[in-house]
Ligand binder design. Structure first.
Ligand code: FAD
Length: 405
C-alpha cells in the first residue's frame, strides 16, 4: 500500500486523513498547532456539510460537540425586521444549518482516526519544505521547535488553508478574485431573548453591515464587514455604539450596557480565489489551499469536506493497489476536474450576494429603494420561499457528492 502525508488538520485535512486511513492506507497527518482551539475557526456548517459528515460516518463526531441548530434567518434594515425565513429542519431534523464548535469537531475526527492502524498524528509540526525526487514530490520536511523531520510519502495532500506555504513551494499559483471586504470578529455575552432560539441575524444600514448569532458557547458572535484594507485601522472605534446604531431596539440597549465585556475585534483577511492547477506529480491541494472561500453563507468547511469525499473516491482504489506515480497523477487530475465546477459555482454565488449588498448601499437612492422593496415583500411567505430557493446551491451544494468507498 502507498503512504500518504496530509498537511493541515483543518476540516479538509482531518476528513481526508480519516477517509484514507479507514481504508487501510498509511497516513501521517501533520498539524502545526498543538491545540485545535486556535483564535478563529469558522462556526457555520450548512446542510451540505452536515450531510457530508454523516456520509463519511462521522455523524457521531458532530453529535458529540457543543452546537446549536439554526431556527431562522432574520434581516433587519435600519433597526426593523423586514424579513424572517424559518430554517427548514431537513430530513429527520438532521440536515439543517448548524453553529458548531469547529475545534471540538476536528478533535473528535482526529481522535476517531487515531484508533485506526497505520495512522499517525503529528501535532506541533510545521511543514517548511517539500522533498522532491527527479520526477515528483516525495515528502515534506517539518520542524517542531529545534527538531526537524522528513516525512516521506507516495503522495502529499496539502490542506494548509488559505495562506498555504506548500502551494507556493510547489509553484501552484492562486488566481485571486477581487474581494472588496474583510471581517472583524467580536464576542459578547448574549441576552436571554437571543438565546431562546438560534437566529442568524443580518443588520443593515447604509454605512453599517454586520451579522450576529448566538454561538455554541452561548455568547453572541458578531461579524462586522469592513472595506478591504480598512480593518486594521478601526480598532479604536466605539464598537458597542456602532452595533447599537443598527441593531434591533432590544439588543441596542444590551450592546451599550455590556460594552466593557466586548471581546475583539479579531481582524480576518478575506481571500477568495482558485488555483488553475491543484496538483503536480506527488502533491495535491484541497480545501482552502486550492480555493480559499469567502465567509458569507458559511461555505468553506462544506467545500473542504466535499473535496475530501471526492479525493477519497478517486484515491482509495489507486492507493490500495500500490498505485504507480502515473496512476496517482491521473487520479489527482480527476479530483480537480470533478471539484472545480462546484467551487466555481459557489464562489460565484457568494460574490453575487456580496455585490448585491454593495449595489443596495451604493447611494441613498438605491438604499431607500431596497428598503422599500424589502418592507413591502419581505413579509410574504412566497418571498421567503423564493429566498430559500435562490440559496439552494449554497445550502445543499451545486453538484452531487457521494462517498463510494
Ligand atoms: C471571516 C471568516 C469567517 C468564516 N466563517 C466560516 C464559517 O462560519 N463556516 C465555514 O464553513 N467557513 C467559514 N470560513 C471559511 C473557512 O474558515 C475555511 O474555508 C475552512 O476552514 C477551510 O478549511 P481547510 O481545512 O481547507 O483549511 P483550514 O481550516 O485553514 O485548516 C488548515 C490547517 O492547516 C494547518 N497548517 C497551515 N500551515 C501548515 C503547515 N505549514 N504545516 C502544518 N500545518 C499547517 C493550520 O494550522 C490549520 O489547522 C470563514 C472564513 C473567514 C475568513
Amino acid at each position: 500500500m502507498n503512504h500518504v502525508v496530509v498537511v493541515g488538520a483543518g476540516p479538509s485535512g482531518a476528513a481526508i486523513a480519516f477517509l484514507l486511513a479507514r481504508q487501510g492506507i498509511q497516513v501521517s497527518l501533520i498539524e502545526r498547532e498543538t491545540q485545535f482551539n486556535r483564535v478563529f475557526r469558522g462556526e457555520g456548517l450548512m446542510p451540505s456539510g452536515v450531510e457530508a459528515l454523516y456520509e463519511m460516518g462521522l455523524g457521531q463526531c458532530l453529535e458529540a460537540i457543543p452546537s446549536r441548530t439554526l431556527d431562522a434567518w432574520d434581516f433587519y434594515i435600519d433597526q426593523q425586521r423586514r424579513m424572517r425565513v424559518v430554517e427548514p429542519q431537513g430530513r429527520l431534523g438532521k440536515f439543517s444549518t448548524q453553529i458548531i464548535c469547529q475545534s471540538a469537531l476536528l478533535k473528535n475526527i482526529v481522535e476517531q482516526t487515531k484508533t485506526l492502524p497505520h495512522f499517525k498524528f503529528y501535532p506541533g509540526w510545521q511543514v517548511r519544505e517539500l522533498i522532491r525526487s527527479d520526477v515528483s514530490v516525495c515528502g515534506v520536511k517539518a520542524t517542531n521547535g529545534h527538531q526537524t523531520q522528513d516525512f516521506m510519502g507516495d503522495l502529499v495532500i496539502v490542506a494548509e488553508g488559505r495562506y498555504s506555504r506548500s502551494r507556493k513551494l510547489a509553484d501552484l499559483s492562486l488566481h485571486q478574485s477581487q474581494t472588496q471586504f474583510d471581517v472583524l470578529w467580536f464576542k459578547l455575552p448574549a441576552p436571554a431573548e437571543v438565546l431562546c432560539e438560534t437566529a442568524f441575524t443580518v443588520c443593515l444600514q447604509r454605512q453599517r453591515q454586520y451579522a450576529f448569532y448566538p454561538s455554541w458557547d452561548e455568547r453572541l458572535q458578531i461579524g462586522w464587514i469592513v472595506e478591504k484594507g480598512q480593518g486594521k485601522t478601526s480598532a479604536e472605534r466605539d464598537w458597542a455604539e456602532e452595533f447599537a446604531q443598527a441593531a434591533p431596539p432590544f439588543l441596542a440597549e444590551h450592546f451599550r450596557e455590556h460594552c466593557d465585556e466586548l471581546e475583539g475585534p479579531i481582524f480576518l483577511d478575506v481571500i477568495v480565489g482558485v488555483c488553475p492547477q491543484w496538483s503536480i506529480p506527488g502533491l495535491l491541494l484541497i480545501g482552502d489551499a486550492a480555493h480559499p472561500m469567502a465567509p458569507n453563507r458559511a461555505q468553506g468547511i462544506n467545500m473542504g469536506l466535499r473535496d475530501a469525499i471526492a479525493a477519497a473516491n478517486h484515491l482509495v482504489p489507486v492507493l490500495q493497489n500500490s498505485g504507480t506515480l502515473d496512476r496517482i497523477t491521473a487520479a489527482l487530475q480527476a479530483i480537480q476536474s470533478e471539484r472545480l465546477p462546484e467551487i466555481a459555482a459557489i464562489q460565484h454565488l457568494q460574490l453575487e450576494e456580496w455585490q448585491k449588498i454593495a449595489a443596495f448601499t451604493a447611494s441613498p437612492f438605491t438604499y431607500r429603494a431596497f428598503k422599500t422593496v424589502a418592507n413591502l415583500l419581505g413579509r410574504f411567505g412566497l418571498t421567503q420561499q423564493a429566498w430559500l430557493y435562490q440559496q439552494r446551491k449554497l445550502r445543499h451544494g451545486a453538484v452531487s457528492v457521494r462517498l463510494e468507498h
